[in-house]
Write a protein that binds this ligand. Structure first.
Ligand SMILES: *Cc1c(COP(=O)(O)O)cnc(C)c1O
Length: 373
């Protein structure tokens, strides 16, 4: 029987970019039905908004957290359409699929944008960003992906934030796969908005995205959104005025997130989670190397979130068979997302620790042997 880190039986270990393995305490929190206008539920929403905003620190009250129904992309789309002025222009730093997705969003919502691109295995570079901002005075905003989940690469967020602030522009951070595991301090990393979701490093269940935004920027964005449901300013104003969601809230998902945040605090917050995921990543990379698989990224660029491996040479390895065989034995991994080569990915996040990573490595080793590798 497969078990999560808390010893709870689970169908499978989800070693993916999310949804992830969760604990019993998190899943158990979903057993209560909530009325969305109940006093208790209003308090729950307020508590979660406070707890999420507190994770980035900063001056009391400077940042406000606005959750929104849906997956992470809903929060990205809500943030960009609400916060990029209609006559503004967004510079998007791209070294993977999630940067490209922000460009796609801007195309669909009709905001002017420009893309600055790097290969998927190279970090974005502050000097090129500085030059691009210098060259184009029309750019008002910049967007960067903190950990590019496409490859698992950690971008130099602090450098980019400094460059953007020095140039007097505003920064938006896709921190979807890093939030809660890799520290972002609003005191030292200036940003206008940051987006993440319930089901990655916070180890909640899927169903909520959220944006942590500069309160003043959000207030000033009134009327800027082009959609009703994804209007982040209206959603935020609703929370501030009567504490309620404008449309049916994912009540059970919120309750699970509150429980997941209790466990996050008990683990020591960001440093505790970073330590566990770093250990998971080290165990995974060492074990995979022993089995003949090479992590694709240079070690210094690898975030302890998800690891990309090359498909081995020799013709014996067929990803579909590999995936099915692991899945039958309770280990779920993820296909690659690179355009430059065939690859697959294994995540280090979720309610898993060293024991679960070793169990997965055992199953991978036996599968490789059976496949003739
Ligand atoms: C997961 C993720 C998203 C959002 O994806 P959804 O499938 O909409 O939850 C956005 N950006 C990054 C970097 C991600 O890892």
């Amino acid at each position: 029987m497969t078990k999560s880190r808390d010893g709870e039986p689970t169908e499978a270990l989800l070693l993916t970019p999310g949804p992830l393995t969760t604990t019993r305490a998190t899943r158990h929190a979903m057993l209560r039905d909530w009325g969305s206008r109940d006093h208790d539920f209003i308090k729950l929403t307020a508590r979660i908004r406070r707890r999420l905003a507190a994770i980035v620190g900063g001056r009391a009250g400077a940042k406000t957290c606005v959750p929104i129904q849906g997956s992470g992309t809903f929060a990205v789309e809500a943030a960009l359409q609400t916060l990029i002025p209609r006559d503004g222009k967004l510079l998007i730093l791209v070294n993977g699929a999630y940067g490209r997705r922000m460009a796609e969003i801007c195309r669909v919502i009709g905001r002017a944008f420009e893309v600055l691109e790097w290969p998927d295995n190279q970090p974005v570079d502050g000097r090129r960003v500085a030059a691009a901002l210098e060259a184009d005075g029309a750019i008002t905003d910049v967007a960067v992906v903190h950990v590019e989940t496409t490859s698992g690469l950690l971008n130099p967020l602090a450098d980019v934030a400094d460059v953007v602030a020095d140039a007097g522009r505003r920064l938006h951070i896709d921190a979807m796969s890093s939030f809660g595991a890799i520290g972002i301090d609003a005191e030292t990393v200036p940003f206008t908005s940051l987006f993440a979701s319930s089901n990655k490093c916070l180890e909640g269940v899927p169903g909520i995205g959220f944006v942590i935004a500069d309160g003043t920027a959000l207030e000033r964005a009134r009327g800027n959104a082009i959609s009703l449901a994804l209007d982040l300013e209206a959603q935020g104003r609703g929370f501030e005025t009567n504490g309620q969601w404008r449309f049916t809230p994912p009540t059970h998902v919120l309750a699970a997130l509150d429980a997941a945040l209790d466990q996050f605090d008990a683990e020591g917050g960001v440093p505790g989670r970073f330590a566990r995921y770093s250990r998971n990543c080290a165990v995974l990379c060492a074990g995979m190397r022993e089995l003949g698989f090479t992590p694709w990224l240079e070690e210094g660029l690898q975030a302890p979130i998800i690891v990309t491996f090359r498909i081995p040479d020799g013709g014996w390895f067929r990803f579909g068979d590999f995936y099915d065989s692991l899945q039958r034995r309770g280990i779920v991994i993820y296909p690659g997302k690179l355009t430059v080569m065939d690859s697959f990915r294994i995540g280090c996040i979720g309610a898993v620790g060293e024991a679960e990573m070793r169990r997965a490595l055992g199953v991978i080793g036996e599968t490789v042997k059976a496949m003739g590798g």
